[in-house]
Ligand binder design. Structure first.
Ligand code: ATP
Ligand code: MG
Length: 802
């Protein structure tokens, strides 16, 4: 888009604007910045972009798109030691792949080094900056603490001439690293520590990936960032909250830059303003380039694009679509509150998108041979199988080969099943998807006693799955033909960390890596039709999840599939299973699941996939619709959760049965939507070995602080596997939280004692270290300490000792 086409306009919808968009809208209305909107996404090329960055990308580029403004892609490359051209290329790829375009507005901070240098000289000659010769430690001491003002450095009143001379010699390379820095002369008594003469330049004899050895002094963020924005006439400079205290410095720099009509001066009407929003973080993952880098460099993952990484490159290789990431960013939104999103939200966005576009195919993960003893030897049929269920408006089908020898998944057979088991067992019938009803007569074992084959018969009358005699078949399973299916490897990915907040365990987040985050299944079998599909096709393997070919490792003759996401949260699970279990002859009731996110902007919907015209609201009965509204309005349930729960009668009933008064409805809803599905596999709610009140009991244990959230998940996993009583499981597994103050006091004291240096730093104002201390106590109690109490005790302990 060229500048002349850029016609800023108000957002098309004035409702529902997040607070940043509301600011932009108000500026447009008032004509601030001459009615221009220019944002920028400013990554530092020292790593790959991650899912947190995606929020910032979508916000900055989104605002520009929606208002007809501009968004620049600018590399904030002022730190030569960690930056690399490889990261620049990767970031460019990722932003493009996410679907955004910066036209010719690609910039590099390093291109402004000369101008920045001139501006620094300008500040010096106005008496607003000075060369400091104290070392880092001394600077810190002189700066004071939150409770004491700073003291002026002995070098603060150097003459302008001396400052200019020293600064020029710094540039010329006359001094070693650390000998001097340039500082702004601001306010040593300011309660805002950032205003106490921030450092603007430092000496670093290091080669820069773009400017080579041209420079041995480099500007710091506080100086560089406002200049970059001002040079580019950015209007809204959006960053994350940790820069809130830097804002006065930002404004001061912008105010004090030389103005004029031609460079190096800053354009007179360029007045960028900084706005902060809270970082978007994701549970069960780390969103810090530094930590992601450790995982890569120390070989915990196969690279930045390992499909378990929540980098954009990792998600992309896993098979996640850019549409889902944009929808996810929309779903978590923009706010001022620290935001940690359950990974379920990302998975929800991914499923929701793939559901609309992924053809359904059959794949058997762990094959068990089935011989149909009454099927004619040598006969092969081609069964017609549609790619999509009825509620997805895409046509198309393929033929499935069917013959005497088939494979089914081992999990779909049980020799001695409970009454609720709906799949194959000795003497029982099951329907083969798109095929026939079969009955198992005999189990064949090898010498080691392992089941190697089932001998079954098929019912010739049931082709396509219908039962002309009207008998009820309870289950439908997937299968492939033994002779014509293709062997493949299937990689099942799970979350990379076993705890929801690996970041809290500062320094040791790697202890919490999930050893089962990748399970590679060799010898799976997939239906042959996939060989004809384009390599980038995303599939739903029926009953198993969404998959695609690994773009690096899959070959025509050695297929490798990645699981993008498991099939469903419980609601969708019930819906899909209902569809699978329904005989095709039966009329299709619309269990239609369209785009679920409640607040999708019209703009985004247009680019969200093949069903652009589909209604946003899934059709549902008036009764369910009413329940949904009641859940939100009367019970305080989240929009998204209410939406999902009322997609199906079953789940709405389950939810309501869980409203026993023990746990708040909102919490019950969150657990129904985000926690319960995790271990349910393809089971239905009514197959669970526990009822809704028991489930609600787990939620209330967490809600009441008796156990932690992750302990709650453990209890649920246990209950799904083998039923049982939540209170009993908590005791048996020793999951009860430690809330006893005396015990925790001791632990807290011990941890503080063993980390005197960190305790001192904390008292000097590094309040962020509290997380470290909490993490230490949590580790010592294997996650069982009550974090709220620990936090309180730590705060009073650390401060009391000061
Ligand atoms: P990291 O801590 O992962 O290195 P960063 O902030 O140092 O992140 P930058 O390359 O400086 O990484 O980030 C580019 C932009 O993305 C910045 O504007 C930053 O504020 C934003 N950003 C980074 N992480 C997040 C996040 N988790 N949520 C939202 N925005 C983020
Ligand atoms: Mg940064």
């Amino acid at each position: 888009m060229s500048e002349s086409e850029a016609r800023p306009r108000a957002f098309s919808s004035r409702e529902d604007l997040d607070f940043i968009r509301a600011i932009v809208a108000a500026d447009l209305e008032r004509g601030t910045h001459g009615g221009r909107v220019v944002t920028r996404f400013p990554p530092e090329p020292n790593g790959y972009l991650h899912i947190g960055h995606a929020s910032s990308v979508c916000l900055n580029f989104g605002i520009a798109q929606e208002t007809g403004g501009l968004c620049h892609l600018r590399f904030d490359d002022t730190n030569p030691e960690t930056e690399d051209i490889h990261f620049v290329e990767a970031i460019i790829d990722d932003v493009k792949w996410l679907g955004f375009d910066w036209g010719d507005h690609l910039y590099f901070a390093s291109d402004y080094f000369e101008r920045m240098y001139l501006f620094a000289e300008h500040l010096i000659s106005e008496g607003k900056a000075y060369v400091e010769s104290l070392d880092d430690e001394e600077i810190r001491q002189y700066r004071g603490t939150v409770t004491e003002p700073g003291r002026p450095s002995p070098y603060r009143d150097r003459s302008i001439e001396e400052n200019l001379d020293l600064f020029r010699r710094m540039r010329a390379g006359d001094f070693p690293d650390g000998a001097h820095v340039l500082r702004a002369k601001l306010d040593l008594a300011s309660p805002n520590m950032r205003m106490r003469d921030p450092v603007l330049y430092r000496i670093r004899h290091a080669r820069h990936y773009r400017t080579g050895d041209t420079w041995c002094i480099y500007p710091l963020y506080d100086f560089a960032h406002p200049i970059e924005d001002a040079i580019e006439s950015v209007t809204h400079s959006i960053c994350t909250l940790e820069f809130e205290n830097n804002r006065p410095v930002y404004d001061w720099i912008v105010e004090n830059l030389p103005r004029g009509d031609s460079p190096p001066a800053i354009p007179p009407d360029s007045r960028p303003r900084q706005y902060e929003f809270a970082r978007r973080n994701l549970e069960h993952t780390v969103t810090s380039k530094r930590k992601l880098l450790q995982l890569v460099e120390q070989g915990y993952v196969s690279g930045w694009d390992d499909p378990r990484m929540t980098t954009i490159a990792g998600l992309r290789r896993r098979g996640v679509t850019p549409e889902s990431i944009r929808a996810y960013a929309e779903l978590v939104g923009v706010g001022k509150m620290e935001n940690r999103t359950d990974i379920g939200k990302l998975e929800f966005a991914v499923r929701d998108d793939l559901n609309q576009r992924a053809p359904r195919v059959l794949c058997v993960l762990r094959p068990l041979r089935v011989v149909l003893t009454n099927y004619p030897e040598g006969q092969v049929e081609a069964l017609d199988a549609p790619y999509f269920p009825h509620d997805i408006p895409i046509e198309g089908s393929r033929k499935l080969p069917f013959s005497r020898i088939l494979y089914i998944d081992r999990d779909d057979f049980m020799e001695d099943p409970p009454a609720s088991f709906r799949r194959l067992a000795p003497g029982r019938e099951v329907r083969l998807r798109y095929g026939y009803v079969i009955r198992c007569h005999e189990v064949v074992r090898d010498d080691a006693g392992e089941i190697v084959e089932l001998r079954c018969t098929y019912d010739e009358e049931t082709r396509g799955g219908a039962t002309p005699d009207g008998r009820k078949i309870r289950g439908t399973i997937h299968w492939v033909d033994a002779a014509q299916s293709i062997a493949c490897q299937v990689r099942l990915y799970d979350r990379l960390f076993t705890v929801s907040e690996p970041n809290d365990a500062e320094g040791d987040f790697k202890d919490y890596l999930n050893p089962e985050s990748l399970v590679s299944v060799e010898g799976a079998r997939i239906e042959p039709s996939v060989l004809r599909d384009p390599a980038e096709t995303r599939y739903q393997f029926e009953r198993l999840g969404f998959f695609w070919r690994d773009p690096m490792d899959s070959r025509e003759d050695a297929l490798v599939f990645n699981r993008i996401v498991t099939l469903r949260d419980a609601r969708v699970g019930a819906a899909a299973q209902a569809t699978a279990d329904r005989a095709p002859a039966a009329p299709a009731t619309a269990t239609s699941r369209k785009r679920g996110e409640p607040k999708a902007r019209a703009e985004d919907r247009k680019t969200s996939g093949p069903d652009a015209a589909a209604p946003v609201e899934p059709p549902r009965s008036a009764a369910l619709q009413a329940r949904r509204q009641r859940y939100v309005a009367d019970l305080g349930v989240g929009d998204t959760e209410a939406e999902i729960i009322t997609r199906e009668q079953d789940s709405a009933d389950f939810f309501e049965a869980g409203l026993t008064g023990e746990a708040p409805p909102r919490a019950v809803a969150n657990w129904v939507v985000h926690e319960l599905p995790r271990d349910m596999g393809d089971r239905e709610l009514q197959d669970l070995p526990f009822d809704a009140p028991r489930f609600a009991r787990v939620v209330s244990l967490v809600d009441g602080g008796v156990i932690s959230g992750s302990a709650g998940r453990e209890v649920l996993t246990e209950m799904i596997a083998s039923g049982g009583d939540p209170d009993e499981i908590v005791e048996r597994l020793g999951l009860r939280q430690i809330s006893d103050t005396a015990t925790l006091e001791n632990l807290v004291a011990g941890v503080v004692e063993q980390n005197p240096a960190k305790a001192a730093e904390y008292r000097n104002g590094r309040s962020g270290l509290l997380g470290f201390f909490v993490g230490q106590v949590m580790r010592r109690t294997e996650g069982r300490a009550n974090p709220e109490i620990v936090k309180r005790l730590l705060e009073s302990h650390l401060e009391g000792d000061a």
